[in-house]
Design a protein around this ligand. Structure first.
Ligand code: PA5
Length: 471
């Protein structure tokens, strides 16, 4: 099976001088990283690290059985799958769909598609919601061939709750009590607001397993159900993740992609490279860069360390797209502040390729004649890598041998484990998100939720703009 590769020579001082990591620093880190590997190997599957067990039995089989049975029941009778969720309950679904289904998936005629059209709704943007439901109604006026998949571990998230209430209202208006056959919820199996709603209404459910936080949940039913509905090979995703997990138990940092990735990025952060760009040379992988942004930002951006000392840890993850952003961002990356690490993501063998035809007869462009687009893409990436090295800008490359579920599974597990290493290196808790709470409760206050009344005044007073406004 094809193994994902990590090339990191361009992060070392040999290539990028003082902006890279010296041989002695890497040597000294080997011991420390091997200790961290031991620590992670022994905490695997405990506390908030249950996500590491998702690709393995018994969770794997239990989840596959539940997902397969619901997919079998709903796939042929569904033309529109509406996924509702936000943050960790949506970004993985979007990433998997965009990476592994054709770009034109929703536009394809049903017989050519391996499942229903999919609409992942996360933002409470009224225009998006209006237009999406109008489009669904156009093709399915009775909503009988529409399935709503609401994903919320807590059921308390205002955006998802609002979208769920809207979707439920539309379905009940169209089909009364029968609407409950058109809702599949993914939520906490034991507790929470969504759990109570499901128990009361009798919705079918799949679990967000215990010890699996939102941004680490893509390989649980959270990401796998909508993928299976769209024909993605979810077993191959889990196989890839399991194989990567085994590679990441290796104590030698030079054999362990997640340990090396975390070491490079955290060490370079210490050297002032506080912006971490992920730049796939593949449109289908662009949403995976969005998924990575949440994982890296929400997990590592922390005010205090495990002892409560203020540390303001973290780095700013940025997404870019090759070659598009060569014509937009690379000027800054090469000549602006040397405060970034650029991570390229490359696909080695493309299933689709296009040969540029000969015959234009323009001498300056003849070098392109008869060339495959994938070769042009590779040359562009290599040239950009060279240009960055020439400007002493550290960078690395992750290569996916193919764009398939097995490789994407490896990619996901590698980044999640790298995040766990980074958490240990920074001595912070990568599994909480205390800073998100203030915005959540302030929203409750502004929207008049009982018990949060004080927040409304507090917010209005603090944000009073009357004396500093241009009208
Ligand atoms: O990573 C996380 O924990 C968050 O992004 C959550 O996934 C997000 O806030 C949604 O939460 P919930 O699934 O409870 O609606």
């Amino acid at each position: 099976m094809s193994r994902l590769r990590l090339e990191y020579a361009n992060c070392l001082a040999d290539r990028v001088g003082t902006h890279g990591i010296s041989a002695s620093t890497l040597e000294a880190a080997s011991r420390q990283m091997s200790d961290l590997t031991q620590q992670l190997n022994s905490s695997k599957g405990t506390g908030m690290e249950c996500w590491r067990l998702l690709p393995f039995d018994p969770l794997r089989t239990a989840h596959l059985e539940g997902i397969n049975s619901l997919t079998k029941k709903h796939r042929d009778s569904t033309d529109n799958l509406v996924v509702l969720g936000i943050g960790g309950s949506a970004l993985g679904n979007i990433a998997l769909h965009n990476a592994l289904c054709p770009l034109t998936y929703n536009l394809m005629p049903r017989p050519e598609r391996d499942g229903p059209r999919i609409f992942v709704l996360d933002n409470v943007d009224p225009q998006v919601i209006t237009r999406t439901f109008a489009e669904i109604k156009r093709t399915d006026p009775s909503f009988e061939r529409t399935l709503v998949n609401v994903i919320s571990k807590s059921g308390e998230t205002a955006e998802t709750a609002a979208l769920f209430m809207i979707a439920r209202g539309i379905l009940s208006e169209a089909m009364g009590d029968k609407h409950s056959d058109h809702i599949v919820a993914i939520t906490d199996p034991k507790q929470g607001t969504m759990r109570s709603i499901c128990d009361e209404a009798g919705y079918e459910t799949l679990p967000v397993p215990e010890g699996v936080g939102g941004r680490f949940s893509v390989l649980s039913p959270v990401g796998l159900f909508s993928s299976a509905m769209c024909g993605i090979d979810i077993k191959a995703l889990l196989d890839g993740a399991a194989e990567m997990d085994e590679r990441c138990c290796e104590p030698d940092i030079r054999q362990n992609p997640a340990a090396m990735l975390a070491f490079l990025l955290i060490e370079l952060t210490r050297q002032g490279k506080i912006n971490h760009v992920l730049m796939p040379y593949c449109n289908a992988l662009y949403s995976l860069a969005d998924w990575y942004r949440q994982l890296w930002a929400e997990s590592l951006g922390k005010r205090v360390d495990l002892q409560g000392n203020e540390v303001f840890a973290g780095a700013t993850p940025i997404k870019a797209l090759g070659t598009t952003d060569q014509h937009s961002q690379i000027q800054l990356y090469r000549e602006g502040p040397n405060d970034k690490v650029i991570g390229f993501v490359e696909v080695e063998t493309w299933d689709d390729d296009v040969c540029i035809p000969a015959g234009l007869g323009v001498e300056n462009l003849s070098y392109l004649e008869g060339v495959n687009l994938s070769d042009l893409l590779k040359a562009e990436k290599k040239a950009t890598e060279y240009a960055l090295v020439e400007s002493q800008r550290p960078n690395f490359t992750i290569t996916l041998p193919r764009l398939d579920a097995h490789c994407v599974g490896q990619f996901i597990q590698m980044w999640e484990i790298a995040t766990a290493y980074a958490g240990l290196m920074l001595n912070i808790n990568p599994y909480d998100q205390p800073a998100v709470e203030t915005g959540k409760v302030a929203t409750f206050g502004l929207m008049g939720r009982a018990g949060y009344e004080g927040w409304k005044d507090k917010v209005e007073k603090t944000l009073d703009t009357s004396s500093h406004m241009i009208e």
